[in-house]
Structure formats: C-alpha cells, structure tokens
Design a binder for this molecule. Structure first.
Ligand code: SF4
Length: 199
C-alpha cells in the first residue's frame, strides 16, 4: 500500500484493515481495497511546503505554508493550509491563536497587498506601483531631512538628529535584516524607530 496518511486517516485505514483482514480470513480478500477506496485522501499529500516566519510578533515562530499549484509550471499557487513548523527551534510546531489563524489573515479581503496613496485634496486611497511609492517616499524623506535635520542642540553640542520622521520596521525579520535596517535608520539620524513587536 503506497499512501501518505494523516494520523486520523491512519486510524481509519487501520480500522478498515482489521475489518478487512478478518473478512479476508473469511474469504473476503477484496474488502481491504474497497475499504481503502472510501478513506478520504490526506489533504496535504499533493501540496507544496514552504517554510516561513509568522509576521505578527517578535517571537518569530516558524510556520509551514502548504499550497496547491506549482508556480514553476506557470500555475497559480493557492495557500490551502498553514501550521507551526515542528522543526523550528523557537516554537517547535506550536502557534498562538493569532499565528494559528494566519490563513485567514492571508486570505482576508481587507488585507493590504499593494501601496496606496491619498493624493492632496482626495478623500480616498488609490493604488500605486511600488516604484512610484518608493520614489515618493525617498523624495519626501530627503526633503524633510534637509529641512529639519538638527546638527546641534541648543547648547551647541553636536546631536545629528532627525526628529520629524519616524520609521516603523518589521520585528519578524532575520537578525541580518534587522541589523541592516537599524544601521540605515540610525545613519540617517532618525530618533523615532520602532517595530510591531507587541506580543
Ligand atoms: S503571533 Fe503568535 S504564532 Fe506569531 S510569532 Fe507571535 S507568538 Fe508566534
């Protein structure tokens, strides 16, 4: 028998096997195949596993994302299941309620998936490309820094602060990304720097 089984399916098959073996001993050899044909296939058997990190908080639990459809073949991949990664040293397969509901977060119709802008005088947000968004952000940062950068405090001591712009980073990043982000932000002189690490 060449099947991948969840524990639930295994118990079903095992139960079916016992019944079928008993039936087989009584001359019902076809019964096992008939029983197995009725067992629901393991739902993750044909999915692609992708390891990732829960984006909610700084615990950064490891997750496995299961998807149907192979993007390498030009297919659209659809996430069908997300669970804790049992091999991850941080959470060893467990997830808090927020992490356990990640699939709903990913598929939420209100999820923001592209940059948006509210133009001057407009009451609505409209989508823009990442290129346009990043260009606008860079322009606004440069202009604000040029206008408000503090070289020295009121006593004349050098401070090199930029206090009129804040930066919100992501806590669920790698150490290397966090280190590089910190260096860029502090090199710019930004004093207000935080992330979403609110467990
Ligand atoms: S929100 Fe929960 S599952 Fe996600 S990283 Fe934090 S503790 Fe882990």
């Amino acid at each position: 028998m060449n099947m991948e089984l969840s524990r639930r399916s295994f118990l079903k098959v095992a139960g079916a096997g016992v019944a079928a073996t008993s039936l087989g001993a009584m001359g019902f050899g076809e019964a096992e195949a008939a029983e197995i044909a009725h067992v629901r296939p393991f739902k993750l058997a044909t999915t692609t596993e992708t390891r990732n990190t829960c984006p909610y908080c700084s615990v950064a639990c490891g997750i496995i994302i299961y998807s149907k459809g192979d993007v390498r073949k030009g297919e659209t991949a659809e996430i069908t299941h997300i669970e804790g990664d049992a091999d991850h040293p941080t959470n060893r397969g467990t997830l808090c309620p927020k992490g356990a509901a990640l699939k709903d977060f990913v598929k939420a119709p209100t999820r923001l998936t592209q940059p948006k802008i509210r133009r001057a005088g407009s009451a609505t947000l409209e989508p823009i490309s990442w290129d346009e968004a990043l260009t606008k952000i860079a322009r606004a940062m440069k202009d604000d820094r040029d206008a408000n950068f503090l070289l020295a405090n009121e006593k004349g001591l050098p401070v090199n602060r930029w206090t009129t712009t804040g930066f919100l980073a992501a806590s669920a990043t790698t150490n290397e990304t966090a280190w590089a982000t910190f260096k860029v932000v502090k090199a710019l002189g930004i004093a207000g720097f935080d992330n979403q690490a609110r467990v």
